[in-house]
Write a protein that binds this ligand. Structure first.
Ligand SMILES: [Zn+2]
Length: 283
């Protein structure tokens, strides 16, 4: 089965590089991507643009918009970009220039989505600061991916990354497709309800476990952990709205694919691992 990974990273972020060495033990590089993704039949990926101006400063208020993929000069041909938004620079004097830069980038590159780092940046997803970004999403028919759940930095503030916030956003912006990242974990039931209730809300299954093969197997074999995720999927009962994603380089891909396969009923594998991402991101 060909697979699309709907959530990876390919940016030069210190905490990702450190996790790749210490925990997931993956080769976070151009060559590492090609080898690991080919070996697991992953034919395309969506990478979430994010940048830091100083090593270790993510989430960085000074990063210019849009935030891009900058791990290496060359990007593998089958990585598509979801450009990141830094809302701290969408207020005050920088605002118009940064918005212009986002739009110019969309016009000149094959951008597949926009990414809001809720929680990492301290604004609600329905804050007016994002209004012009959502206008761009409508104008260029781009889905908006929203970080949700735990933040991979203690500088995040969790009230901004709760998946329930996406409900209000979805109701007032029916012409935009929203993708809740990480199933909103640990608030997976809230995420399931928001996906179930709103036609224009989807979710990716990335980042539910961080680590190497041994860690993925250990965690996914814990009954309570497995059921915590499974309960949300069973409740929502809409396998045309969930997408496989890994959050690479935070996890070893092969074992993560096996973990998600165990969660999804066999008849929906093609949808969750391929068809849904192809449709939602228009690949
Ligand atoms: Zn991520």
């Amino acid at each position: 089965m060909n697979i699309i990974d709907s959530h990876i990273h390919f940016s030069n972020i210190e905490s990702f590089k450190k996790t790749a060495v210490d925990m997931s033990k993956v080769d976070y590089s151009f060559c590492g991507y090609i080898k690991e993704f080919e070996a697991n039949n992953i034919v395309a990926s969506i990478a979430m643009g994010v940048q830091e101006t100083k090593s270790g400063s993510f989430p960085d208020e000074n990063s210019l918009n849009p935030m891009l993929l900058d791990l290496e000069k060359d990007i593998p041909h089958n990585i598509y970009s979801c450009v990141g938004i830094n809302p701290s620079r969408l207020v005050g004097v920088n605002k118009n220039e940064e918005l212009k830069n986002i739009e110019k980038y969309i016009q000149t590159h094959a951008v597949k989505a926009l990414k809001i780092y809720a929680g990492y940046y301290h604004y609600h997803v329905y804050d007016d600061v994002y209004k012009p970004v959502y206008e761009l999403a409508v104008k260029y028919k781009l889905p908006v991916v929203i970080h949700s759940g735990d933040t991979y930095s203690e500088r995040g503030i969790l009230k901004y990354s709760h998946p329930l916030n996406v409900d209000e956003l979805a109701v007032y912006n029916r012409d935009i497709h929203f993708v809740i990242a990480h199933l909103g974990d640990p608030w997976v039931m809230d995420c399931a309800e928001v996906v179930y209730k709103n036609d224009n809300v989807f979710a990716d299954l990335s980042g539910l476990i961080v680590g190497d093969r041994q860690q993925v197997e250990k965690t996914s074999n814990q009954k309570l952990f497995f059921e915590h995720i499974k309960r949300a999927l069973v409740y929502a009962d809409c396998y045309n709205k969930f997408m496989f994603g890994s959050d690479w380089p935070l996890v070893e891909i092969g074992s993560y694919v096996e973990f998600i396969k165990k969660l999804i009923p066999l008849e929906y594998h093609e949808d969750v691992f391929y068809n849904n991402a192809k449709r939602i991101f228009k690949l």
